[in-house]
Design a protein. Structure first.
Length: 190
């Protein structure tokens, strides 16, 4: 399982409710007519991250069966029949960055995860055992992902869990907590 992750921010002049409504409309449209290999998506309000100039923003997760689904996802996002719904969100987006992550352990679609911890390991070490120790000693864990081929601005690992997610990292590992709130039609006023 892969996840294409898109981090983005609206223009300062854009009303958050309008942005979130357009964002949810886009995700709903993708779900109604999904491209091959598309396994669903979720979008979140997120706390500050360095790759959004240390500002809060949004994080979209598109779950994919394989990297072959990326071409289909790209074509589906901008196909003529979806032009208006895509333009509604893209015209409000100031900037964004994408990344590709692959699933390592835990839930394959951790949509409910309200906390994400980004990890960077010390260079030159094997990550498997130390990362498994971090996961095994964590609380609130649901899923772990690793960046694919250094694609994207995010840190190397993403550990997702509920609001009680806590980890303990070894010396020289770096971590940052990202608070997330799943956007749904119920929590985005129309």
């Amino acid at each position: 399982m892969l996840a294409y992750i898109f981090w983005h921010r609206p223009f300062a002049r854009v009303d958050a409710r309008e942005y979130e409504t357009a964002l949810l409309d886009f995700h709903a449209d993708m779900a109604r007519d999904p491209p091959p290999g598309f396994e669903g998506s979720a979008t979140y309000r997120i706390s500050e991250v360095p790759w959004l100039d240390n500002r809060a923003g949004y994080e979209d997760w598109c779950f994919l069966k394989s990297s072959a689904a990326l071409d289909d996802l790209n074509r589906a996002a901008i196909k003529p029949e979806r032009w208006n719904v895509h333009a509604s969100i893209s015209s409000r987006t100031d900037f964004g960055h994408g990344g590709l992550y692959y699933h390592l352990s835990g839930e394959e679609r951790p949509i409910a995860g309200s906390r994400l911890i980004c990890l960077k390991r010390p260079r030159g070490i094997r990550y498997e055992k130390p990362l498994q120790d971090i996961i095994d000693s964590s609380t609130g864990f649901s899923s772990c992902w690793r960046k694919q081929m250094v694609l994207g601005p995010g840190d190397e690992f993403a550990i997702i869990g509920n609001s009680s997610l806590r980890i303990s990292v070894s010396e020289h590992w770096q971590s940052r907590v990202v608070e997330r709130s799943l956007l749904t039609p119920d929590n985005t006023p129309r």
